[in-house]
Design a binder for this molecule. Structure first.
Ligand SMILES: *Cc1c(COP(=O)(O)O)cnc(C)c1O
Ligand code: SF4
Length: 353
């Protein structure tokens, strides 16, 4: 067994272990955890400094999860967009391929709470998903997801990547993962030298709070980047965890410094069991407004909402910057509240379809 597998094996997973570690009521924990499994591996556990801190709230089960009458099990209607059980095909040229139901920790805010840690995804289901992708030549980009793909063994990941690379119409493979930030020991040199055989490969990593950027995480991301893999981040805005400009600013700057390019900042989905963590949309808009012009443009993610029912992602922009666009000019306000005018080209000479 590799070192990371030993670490994972020592995770807290039982209600009894959680009540001993955090002084919580075992029966209440058991009620939540039958509905939504929990796991905190010893590496991530060490990041918790005190009860209710931003790391604690991400992974310690909360009674409010089973008293949510707003959220729904499958807020993005992924099942409706699923031609075979392991694939979600919502956009013409891209598809998600779910390869496992396991993760390095079980995030309380997870959009796939309905199945992570519960309903296994079999190798047969993955094989059928790969067949679907092979039969659909409009798919150019596959995103390995789950669960967390990097929780699989090297051999299992390679089997999937190899099968995908044999599909001629497939151009880009992406992996969506929380492993580099939640179990960085798993990002071994061996894993990286295997991954680099399957380029163009992109890895998008889930990061929530600046305290997750440790020395171990910097090493893990450095290894992936040295293997030529462009790294992006995905962050969900969560109430009482990261919902203020200072925290997001620090996170984004730290990510850029470990070679991770901020990609998406998500408005939380309407997932059952997560209502207590949802922020108003204005909160994200204020954060983007606070970052624009104040930190490196490289460090500013796109703020998006994944529309309920499977509408897909759309960008949300603070309304303050563009005041008016007409045929003569754009009237805009910059980050210092100064108004500028950008003249349009002569309308008779130029047109834009
Ligand atoms: C988010 C998502 C994608 C990828 O979207 P990008 O904007 O290209 O990153 C693809 N398919 C589904 C179903 C998704 O939810
Ligand atoms: S690692 Fe990803 S899939 Fe797994 S519980 Fe966290 S958010 Fe959900």
């Amino acid at each position: 067994m590799e070192q990371w597998q030993h670490i994972l094996k020592k995770s807290l997973i039982k209600p009894q272990q959680f009540s001993e570690e955090f002084g919580l009521d075992t029966d209440k924990l058991a009620q939540v955890m039958t509905e939504y499994p929990a796991r905190i591996n010893p590496y991530f556990l060490r990041l918790i400094k005190e009860k209710d801190d931003p790391i604690y709230r991400q992974v310690v089960p909360d009674e409010q999860e089973i008293n949510d009458y707003v959220g729904v099990d499958d807020p993005l209607n992924e099942e409706g967009g699923s031609p075979v059980p392991s694939v979600v095909h919502r956009y013409e040229d891209r598809a998600l391929l779910m390869v496992t139901h396991q993760c390095p920790v079980y995030c309380r805010f997870c959009t796939r709470k309905r199945f992570v840690g519960k309903e296994p995804i079999s190798r047969e289901m993955v094989r059928k998903g790969i067949n679907y992708i092979r039969e659909h030549d409009e798919i150019k980009d596959v995103i390995l997801s789950g669960g967390d793909p990097l929780i699989l063994k090297d051999r299992e990941i390679e089997e999937i990547l190899k099968a995908l690379r044999e599909i001629p119409h497939l151009e880009v493979i992406r992996i969506g993962t929380r492993v580099p930030g939640a179990l960085p020991q798993r990002v071994t040199k061996k894993l990286c030298s295997m991954l680099k055989k399957y380029h163009p490969l992109y890895v998008n990593i889930n990061f929530i709070h600046p305290r997750e950027i440790t020395d171990e995480v910097a090493v893990a991301c450095g290894r992936l980047a040295d293997a030529g893999i462009p790294l992006g981040s995905q962050t969900v805005l969560l109430k009482g965890i990261n919902d203020d400009p200072e925290t997001i600013k620090e996170l984004m700057q730290k990510l850029l410094a470990i070679r991770v390019k901020p990609y998406y900042l998500y408005q939380a989905d309407l997932t059952r069991g997560t209502e207590h963590l949802r922020t108003p949309v204005e909160c994200g808009l204020n954060i983007i407004k606070a970052l624009q012009g104040r930190i490196s443009g490289m460090a500013i993610p796109k703020f998006v909402i994944d529309l309920p029912g499977g509408g897909g992602k759309i960008p949300l922009l603070p309304p303050d910057f563009v005041m008016e666009i007409n045929e003569n000019e754009v009237i805009a306000r910059n980050h210092n509240d100064t108004v500028y005018r950008y003249p349009q080209p002569d309308a008779e000479k130029v047109s834009c379809d």
